[in-house]
Every structure is written in C-alpha cells, then in structure tokens.
Ligand binder design. Structure first.
Ligand SMILES: [Fe+2]
Length: 345
C-alpha cells in the first residue's frame, strides 16, 4: 500500500493519502485548503489518480481542501450522511465501505467530538478524525459535541479494535504521528476513567478557548458543493420532475454514475445504464460506449448520481468530448426521491 501522512503546521492537521499501487487510484482524508497544490504535486509524483477526497467531520480549525481538490482533479467529495455540509458527491454511513481500487475502508460512525464524526478502518489502521487523538480526545463543547456519545464511540467501537491497530488521528499538536489502540487504552489520560459520568465530567471541565479559525472555517466548510450555475444556464440540467417525464422515452438514455453499493442501497431509475464515474472519461471519449451510443442512436444522455455532483462533472466531460445533448438531473437520486420519483431495486 502507498501511504503518506502529511501535516499542516498552522492547524496541526494530519492529512492521509492512500493508494494500493503506483499508477492506481488514490484517496485523501482530511485535506487542508492551503495544501492542495502540494497534494496534487504528490499525487502526480507518485503517478496516482486522485478519485476521492474525504473529511472525517466538519472541521472548525481549518478550511477543507475538498472543494478545491474536486475542482482541480475532478475527484469526488465524500462525507458522512450526518454532516451539515451543503453538498458532497457521496455520503456514507456506518457499515458502508469507502473504496477505491485495491483499498476498502470500513465506515464507523463515531460521534462525540461533533455529531458528524466518522472513523475509517482498514485491516491494520484506523483513521479516527478528532474522536480519538494520541493521548487525548477531541473536544466536545461545540458543533453538537457530546461527551457521552464520544465515550460510547471510543469505548464501545474504537477500543474494541485489536490492540495492534494503528491509530492515525486528524490532529496532533505535540508532534506525535501514530499510536495504537492498545497504547491509547493504557496511556491516554482521558481514557483512564471508571465510568461514562466521570468522562463527561472530565470533558466538561476542559475550559478550552474556541479555535481561532472557527468563525471562518465552519461556515466555509458547510459550503463545498460544486458551483452549478453555468451548467444550468447552458440548459444542461433538468429538475427531477422534468427528468421523471422522460422515463421510458426511446430517445433518452438515463446513465447512473454511482457505485454498485450506492445503487443497491438507494435504488436506481428503471432502465438506466450503469457507468461508474471513474470510467466516465473513457466512456464519453470517441470510441467509448456512451459516445458511440449517443452518436449511433441520437439518444440524449441524461446522467444522474447521488446528489448531482458527479453528474454535473460528467456533463462537462461529455460536452467537452463532443456530446452536445448530454445533460444531468440536478440534485441526483436525492432530489429524485424527494420529488417522488419511482425507484427500482
Ligand atoms: Fe475537529
């Protein structure tokens, strides 16, 4: 596995880059806006293709690099389903898997530091966000933090992992880089409590100042959705109700860009083709399946995904590849469901 731990010294944030091989797909966890150029450079140097950018939670101490990475690399943005972020390309919940080529991370919902805190687990390491830090735990006094929930996340989820599991947190302020579950169990001073009440008491008496960036970072991190005005202005976007009227039309091909697990979990629009977003560029290029389908049959290509981000990026790629009829469903399956659109399983 290719694994890099990157550090932002201003906010004390760790960012992680993972891939299974040179030349393969990569994902990045908790990127910081000011470091985006560095990440892109490293991805190029390691000959990787960045396909997913994930935040463990809505950060209060730095502005996320999610939106900038998506705009620069056309990767997709990922957060947990509980996050108050306006739009990300994909949302995950407990029990889901965060996957790229050759890498699969289990998604654990670990609230407490915030109510949208998630951890990501692979066979030998866990990315704990600010739920479990090295010899510390994330504060629980804002963003719907809850010390009781955090105790449960830590004691009943994270500390039940094998002792040798490596712990990679989202922050460290003392230069520690990695720990293990066994080490934190024994030496983390916050975890040497006898009861949940004792933990709640401890967390309630920390008297910490708010992060300097909080008033800027939290609002900024809630608005990372892709700007879609231009796509709508050009007439490349259909509302879910307008798209519903096109079901069964022989001159329209609905194309689902989501992953198989998302399709199984949330359902699909009956009769649609399935082209996962990472394969899109090949598919819309001359010689690609969608390109040839559109040219040979004159069908209008109507992309959709979970929330309308992958499909908006797909419209641009298809238009650039010479498919002037390509359009997408604004807001994706989420908007489709809210409009009462029928779903097949
Ligand atoms: Fe945090």
């Amino acid at each position: 596995m290719i694994f890099r731990q990157l550090f932002d010294s201003i906010s004390g944030t760790y960012t992680y880059l993972l891939a299974s091989r040179r030349g393969g797909e990569a994902l990045i966890i908790d990127p910081v806006l000011e470091k985006v150029e560095r990440y892109i450079q490293l991805v190029d140097e390691l000959d990787l293709k960045l396909v997913k950018a994930i935040d463990t939670h809505l950060h209060a101490d730095h502005i996320t690099g999610l939106g900038a990475l998506r705009d620069r690399t056309h990767c997709i943005t990922v957060m947990g389903e509980r996050s108050k972020v306006d739009v990300v390309s994909m949302r995950l919940s407990e029990g889901d898997k965060l996957t790229i080529e050759g890498v699969a991370l289990d998604v654990l919902y670990t609230p407490g530091h915030t109510d949208d805190s998630y951890s990501f687990l692979t066979h030998d390491r866990v990315f704990t966000g600010d739920t479990l830090l090295i010899r510390g735990t994330g504060r629980t006094d804002f963003q719907n933090g809850d010390a009781r929930a955090q105790y449960d996340s830590i004691f009943n989820k994270l500390l039940r992992l094998p002792d040798e599991t490596m712990v990679f947190p989202a922050h460290d302020y003392k230069g520690e880089t990695v720990s293990s579950i066994g080490e934190e169990k024994r030496f983390n001073p916050r975890l040497q409590v006898k009861s949940v009440d004792e933990y709640v008491d401890l967390m309630g008496n920390l008297k910490l100042a708010n992060p300097k960036m909080m008033d800027v970072a939290v609002p900024a991190n809630m608005r990372v959705g892709l700007a879609q005005d231009e796509i709508a202005r050009r007439g490349w976007a259909l509302s879910a109700p307008d798209a519903m009227a096109l079901i069964g039309r022989p001159d329209v091909a609905f194309v689902d860009l989501r992953e198989r697990a998302e399709r199984e979990k949330h359902g699909t629009i009956a009769g649609s083709l399935h082209t996962p977003y990472p394969e899109l560029v090949e598919n819309v290029a001359p010689g690609g399946m969608l390109h040839e389908l559109a040219c040979a049959t004159g069908k209008r290509i109507l992309f959709y995904c979970a929330f309308g981000e992958r499909s908006a990026m797909a419209v641009r790629a298809a238009q650039d590849a010479g498919l002037p009829s390509a359009c997408h469903i604004t807001g994706g399956i989420d908007a489709w469901k809210k409009a009462g659109g029928p779903l097949a399983r």
